[in-house]
Ligand binder design. Structure first.
Ligand SMILES: [Zn+2]
Length: 212
C-alpha cells in the first residue's frame, strides 16, 4: 500500500497542529510544521530565522522561496508517509509540491479544517505552549499545572504571534492566499472538508472518517 501523503489546510487556530500530531501518532507518519520550524529558526537566530522574523511578527506570510527550501528539503529526506502542517500555503507552493511529487501527487489528500471565526478567535487568546517541547494546551490547563509544562517541566507561554490583531492579519492572508490552494486540490478531487469544532478527539474522529 502507498504511504499516506497528507496536507492540512485551515485558518489560524483551526487546530492543524493538534490534528497533525494526532495523525502522525495514530497513523505512524512523519510530521512537519512550517510554523514550528520557522519559530525554531528564529529562536536559534539562524540566517533564515532572522530573515523570516519580520513577516511572522506582522502576521504576514513568509515568502514562497524561503518556505519552499525548508519544506521541500524535509520531504526529500523523509521516509514513509507524512503529514504537512502549514505547507503548501500558497498556490505556487502547491504547484511546486506537485512537481516534486510527480505521479505520487495523485495520492496526496488535503484536509481543510473549517470552523466559525468567533471560535478561532477564542482559541487564539486561550492557547498556551511549552517553550521547550511540543506540548500545547489551554490557559486553564496552564494555570492548573502552575505555569509549567506537564510533560517536561519547562515554562509555558503564549505564542508570540497569538494576539487578535495578528490573528486577523493571518486570517486575511489565509483567505487571500490559502483558500486558492483548497480550490486547487478540490479541482483535482483531492480535497476533504473536515468540521473543526469540538474537542481535539471529536475533530480527529471527523478527520479519520474523511480519510477512511
Ligand atoms: Zn514541555
Amino acid at each position: 500500500m502507498d504511504a499516506p501523503a497528507i496536507v492540512l489546510l485551515g485558518p489560524p487556530a483551526s487546530g492543524k497542529g493538534t490534528q497533525g500530531r494526532l495523525l502522525a501518532r495514530e497513523e505512524d507518519l512523519s510530521y512537519f510544521s512550517t510554523g514550528k520550524q520557522l519559530r525554531r529558526e528564529m529562536k536559534a537566530a539562524s540566517p533564515l530565522g532572522k530573515e523570516v522574523e519580520p513577516y511572522l511578527a506582522a502576521g504576514q506570510y513568509v515568502p514562497d522561496e524561503l518556505v519552499l527550501a525548508l519544506a521541500i528539503g524535509w520531504i526529500r529526506k523523509v521516509k514513509g508517509g507524512w503529514v504537512l502542517d502549514g505547507f503548501p500555503r500558497t498556490l505556487p507552493q502547491a504547484e511546486e509540491l506537485d512537481r516534486v511529487l510527480g505521479v505520487d501527487g495523485a495520492r496526496l489528500r488535503a484536509l481543510l479544517l473549517e470552523g466559525p471565526v468567533a471560535e478561532l478567535e477564542r482559541r487564539v487568546t486561550d492557547r498556551r505552549e511549552c517553550t521547550a517541547c511540543p506540548w500545547t494546551g489551554t490557559r486553564v490547563q496552564a494555570e492548573l499545572s502552575g505555569g509549567v509544562c506537564p510533560t517536561c517541566g519547562a515554562t509555558l507561554g503564549q505564542r508570540h504571534d497569538d494576539d487578535l490583531e495578528n490573528f486577523r492579519q493571518r486570517l486575511k492572508a489565509f483567505e487571500e492566499l490559502t483558500l486558492p490552494v483548497a480550490s486547487y486540490y478540490e479541482q483535482s478531487g483531492r480535497l476533504l472538508r473536515v468540521w473543526g469544532v469540538g474537542s481535539p478527539e471529536e475533530v480527529f474522529q471527523n478527520v479519520q472518517s474523511e480519510l477512511a
